[in-house]
Structures are given as structure tokens and as C-alpha cells.
Design a protein around this ligand. Structure first.
Ligand SMILES: N[C@@H](CCC(=O)N[C@@H](CS)C(=O)NCC(=O)O)C(=O)O
Length: 221
């Protein structure tokens, strides 16, 4: 049996990424949501996975932690094209922008925490936050300029790259970041993908409320 331990779908961006890919992969997985915050969550997580952060995947008695490693494991189990693009160049580029999301964007993640179902005031535009937002928009521009003929997602067809940038699109909505032209078109496309629609509905239905200031990232890990 394979179990994916997740944080709140409303707040936990890394959980969302792994979950979207898990659902897209077609791999048979039990989803287990543990709300961020309560002590009980970390007790269960430590006892059952020996980790204290989500997402974590447990399969046949071994543990894979960290969203990117989970996505790679899913890609190995899934049919070609379900997780990464089939085309070698697209696949390499998709992996690059996922790795960049995973390693960077500290100001964006810190000042604009994911809160799918809410609206928050736009934060003060520090140099770091502006840099991060512009870098995301550049990534979207470059991918869309090259692959718009292949479909509405970053590399044409939906891939893990879209799962990694979906929680950025929700952040832009939550914090009132005005998008134009191709950026708005991409945000609309990724947020209206059936996997996103399902996840947003589930996030809205969650009973927990979390103080985002307690979960600000302190480093790139
Ligand atoms: N690099 C990790 C980051 C995991 C992470 O920071 N998860 C957050 C939730 S989005 C967490 O578990 N926070 C628990 C806490 O801070 O108490 C990954 O990509 O999976």
C-alpha cells in the first residue's frame, strides 16, 4: 500500500504539488491529510514516517520525503507523459523550472503564503518580492511563447511543472496581484484544470484555520 501524507490543501503548497501529481499519475495512493499546527499532527508524522514535514510518501515500508523526490518516484511508476512531458527537451526544461521553484522564491513564499480560499491585502512590494514575482512571470512567458501551439499549459499539455506553479497562481489571486495578457491566460488555464478545480473545492471545504505567519520559510529547504 502507498500512502501520501499531506498538510492542509488550503495552505500547504508542497503538499498541493505532490497531491496534484499523485492524482495525475494514476498510481493507486491513499491520501492522508494532517492539518499543520496541532501537536498531534507531528506526533503521527514522526511515528508513521519519521519526518516532521509534509508531504511524505510511504510505500512498501519505506519513506520518501520532499515534494520533488515524491514527484520523481511517481514519474517512475506512471505511464510516460502523465508526470513529465514525453519530449526530452520539454522534460528537461520542466524539471529545471520545478527545481528552481523548489530551491528559490523565498520572498514570494514568505510574504504570500498559500491561502486558497481567502483574499489578503497585497503585501508591500520589497525588492525581493518584486524580483520573485517577475521571475515567475518570465518563466511563464518563456514557456508559453515556445509551447503555446501545443496546448494551454507551460509545456503545452499539463505536467508536473503546472502542479509546481499552480500554488503560485493561487497566491496571485489571494494577494490581488494583477496579471495581464499571457500571464492571466496561463493562470486561468492552470486554475481551471480539473485537478485544480477539485483541489480548490476540497481546500474550501477544510475545517481548519492556520496562522500563516507561523509557517514562514526561513531558508530555501
Ligand atoms: N522541501 C520540502 C518542504 C516541505 C515543507 O516545508 N512543508 C511544510 C508545509 S508546506 C511543512 O511541513 N511545515 C510544517 C511545519 O512547519 O510545521 C518539500 O518540498 O517537500
Amino acid at each position: 500500500m502507498t500512502t501520501l501524507y499531506l498538510g492542509n490543501k488550503n495552505y500547504s503548497s508542497w503538499s498541493i504539488r505532490a497531491l496534484l501529481v499523485a492524482r495525475a499519475s494514476g498510481v493507486d495512493i491513499e491520501e492522508r491529510v494532517l492539518p499543520l499546527g496541532p501537536e498531534e499532527t507531528y506526533k503521527i508524522l514522526l511515528k508513521e514516517t519519521a519526518q516532521h514535514r509534509v508531504p511524505v510518501l510511504v510505500t512498501d515500508g519505506f519513506v520518501i520525503h520532499d515534494s520533488l523526490a515524491i514527484v520523481e518516484w511517481l514519474a517512475e511508476k506512471a505511464a510516460p507523459g502523465k508526470v513529465w512531458p514525453v519530449d526530452e527537451i520539454k522534460r528537461a526544461k520542466a524539471r529545471s523550472i520545478c527545481a528552481e521553484m523548489h530551491a528559490s522564491f523565498i520572498d514570494l513564499r514568505s510574504d504570500m503564503g498559500v491561502d486558497i480560499r481567502s483574499a489578503h491585502p497585497t503585501p508591500r512590494m520589497t525588492g525581493g518580492l518584486k524580483w520573485d514575482i517577475n521571475r515567475v512571470l518570465d518563466i511563464w512567458t518563456n514557456a508559453r511563447a515556445e509551447y503555446q501551439g501545443d496546448g494551454p499549459y507551460l509545456f503545452g499539455e499539463w505536467s508536473a511543472a503546472d502542479a509546481f506553479y499552480m500554488p503560485v497562481a493561487t497566491r496571485f489571486r489571494t494577494y490581488g496581484i494583477d496579471l495581464q495578457g499571457e500571464h492571466e491566460a496561463y493562470a486561468q488555464a492552470v486554475l481551471s484544470h480539473p485537478l485544480s478545480v477539485q483541489l480548490i473545492e476540497e481546500a474550501k471545504a477544510e475545517p481548519w484555520t492556520v496562522d500563516l505567519s507561523k509557517f514562514r520559510p526561513k531558508s530555501a529547504d
